[in-house]
Design a protein. Structure first.
Length: 665
C-alpha cells in the first residue's frame, strides 16, 4: 500500500453533540439564558443534526427517507458512551469508540461494499460526487450501506459540500471523484477541510492495477499529488490492504486535530471480493484531558491579569462546548474574542463577547487583543488571519494555548502554558475547579468587569456597518444596511454561509450571530464555497433558513449547483453582491498603483435569470428599499431564491465605504 502521512496519529475527535444557543443575558449576566436550536425537520428523516436541546450527543441515526435503512452503527460518532468525564447532566463526554465495522458479519461482499460499510460506521451519511467509471464498484455500494449519494455539477462543489457538512455537524461526509481529473477538481475542498480541521473522506477512483505506472488514461500518482493536500492519504494495493487502510483513514480523519483523508482506489479492486475475515478494526483513543496542574496554571494566568482575553476558535464549536466557554468566561470575568470565521461561537449579544478577529474585523478587536496582558488561545490554531500575521499574541502578552494540538510554529513565541486537550474536557474541568476551590482576587475581578463594560462598548461602536445608511441614495444598495436588514429579518437559528471577497467584510463585522452552529465560512478563503456550503446546510436543516453570501466572482464559480439545490429540494437564499469585478483583487491592484484592472474587470451577468434557469426564483434589487421585501419573500417561498444586489464599485471594502460623491464605476 502506498501511504503518506504528514501527522502523527493523535487524539480523538470530540463527540458530535449539538448545543443550545446562547443568548445574551437579560438581567443577570452571570446566568446566560439558553435558547435551544430547534430540531431539524426535513430529510434525512432522523437527521444528521442532533435534535437535542442540550449539549447532549446525538443519537441520530438513519440517513434519509431516500436512503436505505442503515445497518447498526457500532462505531458511529453519534453514539458516544460516557467515559471518565465528571458527571454533568447536559453534556456527554467525548468517548472512546470502537471503530469496528458493524456490517462485517453480513457475509460475502465486495471491496466496494466493505469501504461503504466502513464509511457508514464512521458516521458518513452523505456522499457528494461527480461520478466516474473508475469507481462504480464503490458508487453502487454506498446506497446499500445507508449513505445518501448526491450528484453535483463539479467535484469542487462536492468537496465543499462534504466539508461544510462536516464543519456543521462534526460528522464526516464523503466526496468522490474520478482519477486525475476528478481528484484535481476535488482539491480545493480537500485543502479547505485541512485548513478548517474538518473530518472528511475524499475517495477517488484509480486506473486498474494492470495499467498502473504506464501513464494510463487519467493516471497520476494521486497519493503523492492531490493526497498531499490531505491529512493522510493511501492507495491500497490489494483487497487485504483495504480494511487496515480504512481503519487508519477513520482514525486519521476523526482523531487528533480532525482533517480530510484521501483514498485512491484502483478500479478493479472495488469489485473484488473482500476477504471473508476483513474487519475495519481500531478504536480511537479517548480525549486528551488536561492535568490538574495545567488547569490551575491556565486559570492563574487569566485570574491574575487585569486585561485578559480568551481567543477561541473552531475547536470550541467542534466540541459543542460553547455553554461551558461562556460559563468559564463568566466565572472569571474574562471576555471572549472569536477566531476568524468562527463568530458564531457564542451569542454576539453577550456582554463578554468582543468580536471576531481577522480579515474585515472591527478595529477594536485587534486593539483589544494587542492590549491583553494575558490570553488563553482555546481550540484555535492561530491562523494567519486570526493572529494578524503573527502579531497576536503580542510580545507583552503572557499566553496559554489549550488545543488538541498546540502549535509550536517557527516565528511564534512559545506559549507560557501549552495544554494538549479537547476544549470541552478542559472547560468542564476548569469550571469545576472554579466552582469548587478556586479563590479569585475580588479587586482584580472588579477591574476586569469595569474594563469589560468599556471594551464591549468600544466593540459595539467599532462594528457598526450602517452608520451612514440613511444618507445613502444609491446607485445600488448599501452593503452594510443589507447585513443589518438581514439580521433583523432572519430568525436566530438561520444559517449563514460565505464565499470569499471584500463583500464578506460587512457581514464579518456587522452581523450578530446568536447561536452556535449558524455560520459556515472557509478559513482557506476559497471562492466558490458559499453556495455548496448552503446546500449542504440545507440538507441537514430542512426547516431552517440558509443564506449564502457571495460576490459576483464567487457566484459564477459554483452557480451550477443551484440545479443541485433544486433537485435535492434544498431551499437556499443566495445574496449576490454584484460589483461586476473581482473587487478584492482590484483593490490590491489599486493599492500597488500598477496594473489596475488587469484580469479584475468582469462583465454583467443576469444572475437572477441564471437562478430561474436552474429552477430557483431570481430577483434583482437595485435600491435599499427593496432589500427587505425581497428577503422576506424568499423566506416564505418553497424554492431557492437568488437575490442579485446591484453594488456600486465605490464600495471597495468595509474599511473603505463609498463616499456620497461619485463612484469608481
Ligand atoms: C478559488 C479562489 N480563487 C481566487 C481567489 C483570490 N480572490 C480572493 S477575493 C477575489 C475576488 C472575489 O470577487 P467577488 O466574488 O466578486 O467578490 P468582491 O471581491 O468583488 O467583493 C479573488 C479572485 C480566491 N480567494 N479563491
Ligand atoms: Mg465582485
Amino acid at each position: 500500500m502506498t501511504e503518506r502521512s504528514i501527522e502523527a496519529p493523535g487524539d480523538p475527535a470530540p463527540d458530535f453533540a449539538d448545543e443550545p444557543g446562547l443568548e445574551a443575558p437579560a438581567a443577570a449576566p452571570e446566568e446566560p439564558a439558553q435558547d435551544d436550536i430547534p430540531p431539524p425537520t426535513g430529510e434525512p428523516a432522523a437527521t444528521d443534526e442532533p435534535a437535542a436541546t442540550e449539549d447532549v450527543a446525538s443519537t441520530e441515526d438513519v440517513a434519509s427517507t431516500e436512503a436505505p435503512a442503515a445497518t447498526e452503527d457500532l462505531a458511529s460518532n453519534d453514539e458516544p458512551v460516557e467515559v471518565q468525564e465528571p458527571a454533568a447532566t447536559d453534556e456527554l463526554a467525548p468517548t472512546e469508540e470502537p471503530a469496528t465495522d458493524a456490517a462485517a458479519d453480513v457475509g460475502p461482499r465486495t471491496v466496494g461494499r466493505l469501504i461503504a460499510d466502513a464509511l457508514r460506521s464512521a458516521g458518513v451519511r452523505y456522499a457528494f460526487t461527480v461520478p466516474g467509471e473508475s469507481f462504480l464498484g464503490l458508487l453502487d455500494a454506498l446506497g446499500d450501506a445507508g449513505i445518501r449519494v448526491v450528484a453535483t455539477r463539479h467535484e469542487g462543489a462536492a468537496a465543499f459540500m462534504a466539508e461544510a457538512h462536516g464543519q456543521l455537524t462534526g460528522r464526516p461526509a464523503a466526496c468522490l471523484g474520478t482519477r486525475a481529473v476528478g481528484s484535481a477538481n476535488l482539491a480545493i475542498g480537500i485543502h479547505t477541510a485541512r485548513q478548517d480541521s474538518t473530518p472528511m473522506f475524499a475517495l477517488v477512483g484509480q486506473v486498474a492495477r494492470a495499467h498502473r505506472g504506464r501513464e494510463a488514461f487519467q493516471e497520476i500518482d494521486q497519493v503523492a499529488t492531490i493526497g498531499g493536500l490531505a491529512k493522510w492519504a493511501a492507495e491500497p494495493a490489494s483487497a487485504e490492504d483495504v480494511a487496515p487502510a480504512m481503519a487508519e483513514a477513520i482514525r486519521q480523519a476523526l482523531g487528533g486535530r480532525p482533517g480530510p483523508v484521501f483514498l485512491s482506489l484502483a478500479e478493479d479492486l472495488l469489485d473484488e471480493p473482500a476477504p471473508s475475515d476483513a474487519r475495519v478494526e481500531g478504536a480511537r483513543p479517548g480525549p486528551t484531558r488536561p492535568a490538574e496542574g495545567e488547569i490551575r496554571a491556565v486559570i492563574e494566568l487569566l485570574a491574575s491579569a487585569e486585561r485578559p482575553v480568551i481567543l477561541a476558535g473552531g475547536g470550541v464549536l467542534r466540541a459543542r462546548t460553547s455553554t461551558e466557554l461562556l460559563r468559564f468566561a463568566d466565572l472569571l470575568q474574562v471576555p471572549v474574542i472569536a477566531a476568524w470565521r468562527r463568530a458564531d461561537l457564542i451569542s454576539n449579544d453577550h456582554p463578554l463577547y468582543l468580536g471576531m478577529a481577522g480579515l474585515g474585523a472591527a478595529p477594536s478587536v485587534r486593539e483589544r487583543l494587542a492590549d491583553a496582558d494575558a490570553m488563553l488561545v482555546l481550540g484555535c490554531r492561530l491562523s494567519q488571519p486570526t493572529s494578524y500575521d503573527d502579531a497576536i499574541p503580542a510580545e507583552t502578552t503572557r499566553w496559554a494555548h489549550v488545543d488538541l494540538e498546540p502549535v509550536r510554529a517557527a516565528g511564534l513565541r512559545p506559549a507560557d502554558v501549552a495544554v494538549a486537550a479537547d476544549a470541552r474536557a478542559f472547560l468542564r474541568a476548569a469550571n469545576e475547579r472554579l466552582l469548587g476551590k478556586a479563590v479569585l482576587d475580588a479587586e482584580l475581578v472588579r477591574r476586569r468587569q469595569a474594563n469589560n463594560v468599556d471594551d464591549r462598548a468600544a466593540w459595539e461602536t467599532s462594528s457598526v456597518v450602517d452608520a451612514d445608511a440613511d444618507a445613502w441614495t444609491g446607485p445600488g444598495v448599501h452593503p452594510g444596511r443589507v447585513i443589518t436588514t438581514l439580521r433583523r429579518v432572519l430568525p436566530d437559528d438561520a444559517i449563514l454561509t460565505t464565499d470569499a471577497g471584500n463583500f464578506a467584510g460587512w457581514a464579518g463585522r456587522g452581523f450578530r450571530f446568536r447561536k452556535p452552529g449558524t455560520f459556515l465560512g472557509p478559513t482557506s478563503g476559497s471562492m466558490g464555497y458559499g453556495i455548496p456550503a448552503a446546500i449542504a446546510a440545507s440538507l441537514v436543516h430542512r426547516d431552517r433558513p440558509v443564506v449564502a453570501l457571495v460576490g459576483d466572482g464567487g457566484m459564477a464559480m459554483t452557480m451550477a449547483e443551484l440545479e443541485t439545490a433544486n433537485r435535492e429540494h434544498a431551499r437556499i437564499i443566495v445574496l449576490v453582491f454584484d460589483n461586476e469585478r473581482f473587487g478584492t483583487i482590484r483593490m490590491w491592484q489599486d493599492d500597488r498603483g500598477t496594473g489596475e484592472g488587469v484580469a479584475t474587470e468582469l462583465g454583467a451577468v443576469d444572475f437572477a435569470a441564471i437562478g430561474r434557469a436552474m429552477g430557483a426564483r431570481g430577483v434583482r434589487v437595485e435600491r435599499d428599499a427593496d432589500v427587505e421585501p425581497a428577503i422576506r419573500q424568499a423566506l416564505v417561498e418553497e424554492r431557492s431564491t437568488v437575490i442579485q444586489l446591484a453594488l456600486d464599485r465605490a464600495w471597495v471594502s468595509v474599511d473603505r465605504p463609498a463616499a456620497q460623491t461619485g463612484t469608481t464605476s
